[in-house]
Design a protein around this ligand. Structure first.
Ligand code: BGC
Length: 720
């Protein structure tokens, strides 16, 4: 009997272990996904029992939004009302709605968070946002947004997690667990291939299956596996159908292939054919009303909203009551799974945590601001030499932020001018438009530039001519120029990059991020961030170029975004699996700043790289180790990147791909060992024939690198 028990336990363990080996995320051998307080089955049964007693009209009330950001509740049935609110970088306060939070923390934008490569910080950042949701009665956070960085011109890049699917996936899974650990539902968005905001409602992303699986799906898959309870579909068409009403996108890819079993909602005003929508696997039409005059109509109906059309469609036999039942059940199930019928969403005790959130925002900026250029060690600025520092430029007096639904105003915002004055006191002077004398007599000139990116439209990669001219002018008169860029994406810097001494990518820093910038300038904080994107020398070099329809130009504002009379244009993803550094490396195009790059005030050495075996059987795990030493004079953190190169394959594969990273903090002279466990996902590609991941035996190279272009150590591995 005892033996039997032992064998059973052993069997169970082997089973568990083999399940873990199946996991597509090697680091997730120890990753704990979010498990809702009430199981899917229990929540489902509860929803079913309630719906069984409802009329079709009552059910229809749940499949569309109310008052723009709500899903209706019902006191009689104890069904909670849901308030859904944006988004990924903090709570967007809707001033026109009652009972809003008085303030919310403006965190550095998600692309800045990604530059930290710090998964634990991603979790804390998201936990803070989840807590602010709870304090503000928000049941569903409309984030994280996670569309891959394909074109630098995308107005929403600031909201997302960069160009690499592996890095994005690791950040996103932690984000999801962070938000949901607070009892707030996370929404993965925008599913899928909404990689530009240029006419997003009237664009069609034409994408192949391999690129979808290797690049655009992994972050969503990671979010699904981490336990996200909601997904928002995208505005654009995917391979010929609007994502929000596409059976291929929702039922086939999201539900069947990725295994997502919870709530799917539309993006705001993004479905046009109610029959298709109801049959696609979509659950919830948001916001479900409004702007009727802007919307295209199908089959002589005055609007495409589900709540408006569903009953007629049931009566006409075009959809079945069971379709409506399925959708309403999905909406109710998610509330019950989160236990929202058993406790209030609103928890004002969490307001006490705002100071902690502010600190996390500051820490994110400290670790997210990237030092890209430091000629003659102009940085850190040595205060003991009493240099005369001149500050000028665009965002000295105004905290820059991304616009649209993701916008977060923040509170106690600290401008660059304020932060630099606090750090450098009288050494700093500020001039909006300095004259030649002020420029030449300064020891150091700090020039603030950037872009105001927003949802709804894209912006040119090149900066406006006046901005370039301003930098060229200052740099021609002073050889100690430091440029600080506030933007949510890569911008054109080639014209003046070689003429300046320092370059800092500060993204959208959030309410306190300028304090971190000042600390980096003075050396109080040693920069450790690395770019989660490649910044091209010119836009023509980039993988997505060209994508805008010929003859059309950039626009701003919301009118074009909502103009459904415009012809659909195709965005052909013909670069396939080669986007970001995969593109630059394959095409042998040198970017201005490569993926994974960022400088520190100290030096890191890589030594004693070893691998657990030089030959393994297909499917075996392999461990890679290395010792990292801080051989400089300052404490600092290094982000060790592991890339894999397939030496020979039956399909074209990227030169190398990121398959692991570790952030290690070291005092001067200190060494630490880092180790990575690689499973078969590190070596596999998506096979279009078998519609699955495929590992082809052969030789692989494993690189440990300080950036995508600076490999420190390489070892060979043979997979049999
Ligand atoms: C955006 C979504 C957002 C929604 C609600 C849309 O315009 O694309 O990301 O969640 O508005 O504000």
């Amino acid at each position: 009997m005892k033996h039997l028990k032992f064998i059973l336990v052993l069997l169970l363990m082997t089973n568990l272990l083999s399940c873990k080996n199946e996991n597509t995320n090697p680091e997730s051998v120890a990753f704990d996904s979010y498990i809702p307080p009430v199981s899917w089955e229990e929540a489902d049964a509860k929803a079913e029992a309630l719906l069984a007693g409802m009329t079709v009209e009552e059910k229809i009330d749940y499949i569309g939004g109310h008052n723009y950001f709500f899903v209706k509740g019902n006191e009689e049935y104890n069904i909670p009302r849901l308030y859904l609110s944006d988004a990924t970088q903090g709570v967007h306060i809707r001033k026109n709605l009652d009972g809003q939070l008085e303030k919310s923390t403006a965190f550095p934008c998600p692309i800045s968070l990604t530059s930290t490569w710090n998964t634990e910080l991603a979790r804390k950042y998201a936990t803070s946002i989840g807590e602010e949701c709870r304090a503000g009665d928000i049941a569903v956070l409309l984030g994280p947004g996670m569309n891959l960085y394909r074109v630098s011109q995308n107005g929403r890049n600031f909201e997302y997690f960069g160009e690499d699917p592996y890095l994005a996936a690791r950040m996103v899974e932690n984000y999801v667990v962070g938000v949901q650990s607070t009892g707030t539902i996370a929404t993965l968005k925008h599913f899928i291939c909404n990689n530009t905001d240029f006419r997003r409602r009237t664009s069609n992303s034409v994408v192949g299956e391999r690129a979808l699986n290797e690049l655009y799906l992994p972050a969503f898959k990671a979010g699904v596996d981490a336990g996200a309870l909601a997904v928002m579909t995208a505005y654009n068409q995917v391979n010929g159908e609007w994502a929000g009403q596409s059976e291929y996108v929702i039922n086939n890819i999201l539900r069947k292939q990725l295994g997502f079993k919870w709530l799917v909602m539309t993006d705001w005003w993004s479905i046009w054919d109610p029959v298709k929508t109801i049959k696609s696997g979509q659950d919830l039409d948001m916001p479900g009303h409004g702007f009727e005059e802007n919307l295209p109509t199908f089959a002589n109906q005055p609007n495409p909203f589900l709540r408006y059309n569903a009953k007629r469609l049931v009566d006409e036999g075009k959809v079945k009551e069971e379709d409506i039942h399925r959708m309403a059940k999905s909406v109710l199930r998610v509330s019950f799974a989160m236990g929202l019928d058993k406790r209030p969403v609103k928890d004002t005790t969490l307001l006490a945590k705002f100071p902690e959130h502010k600190e996390i925002a500051l820490q994110t900026a400290r670790e997210g601001i990237v030092l890209l250029r430091n000629e003659n060690n102009i940085l850190p600025i040595d205060k003991s030499k009493s240099p005369k520092i001149l500050l000028t430029g665009m965002f000295a007096e105004k905290v820059p932020m991304g616009g649209g639904s993701a916008e977060v105003e923040g509170y106690d915002n600290i401008t660059m001018l304020q932060a630099l004055q606090d750090e450098f006191g009288d050494l700093l002077s500020y001039e909006k438009e300095p004259d030649d004398n002020q420029i030449t007599s300064a020891d150091i000139v700090i020039v603030s530039i950037g872009t105001s990116d927003s949802e709804g439209y894209d912006s040119p990669f090149e900066l406006p001519k006046e901005v370039d001219d301003m930098i060229l002018n200052v740099a021609s008169k002073n050889s100690n120029v430091i440029v600080v860029v506030n933007s949510g994406r890569g911008v054109g810097m080639t014209k003046w990059n070689n003429m300046i001494s320092g370059l800092i990518y500060s993204w959208y820093p959030g309410q306190t991020g300028n304090v971190a910038l000042a600390e980096i300038l003075s050396g109080k904080t040693n920069p450790s961030a690395k770019l989660p994107i490649s910044i091209e020398k010119k836009f023509e070099d980039s993988p997505g170029y060209p994508y805008m329809p010929e003859g059309e130009d950039f626009y701003t504002g919301w009118d074009t975004d909502f103009d459904m009379s415009l012809p659909i244009y195709d965005i052909i993803y013909d670069e396939g699996v080669f986007t970001g550094y995969r593109w630059f490396e394959k095409k042998e195009i040198e970017p201005l700043y490569p993926f994974g790059f960022g400088l520190s005030y100290t030096i890191f050495d890589y030594n004693k790289m070893k691998i657990s075996a030089s030959k393994i059987a297909s499917g075996d795990l392999v461990t890679v180790e290395c010792e990292i030493t801080n051989s400089g004079k300052k404490a600092g953190a290094e982000i060790v990147q592991l890339y894999v190169s397939d030496q020979e394959a039956s399909v074209p594969r990227p030169v190398k791909e990121l398959k692991g990273f570790k952030k290690v903090t070291l005092n001067p002279g200190e060494s630490k060992s880092v180790s990575f466990v690689l499973d078969k996902s590190a070596f596999s590609f998506w096979d279009e024939e078998s519609k699955n991941w495929k590992l082809e035996p052969g030789n692989f190279l494993i690189h440990l690198a300080t950036s995508s272009v600076n490999i420190k150590e390489t070892l060979e591995l043979e997979i049999q």
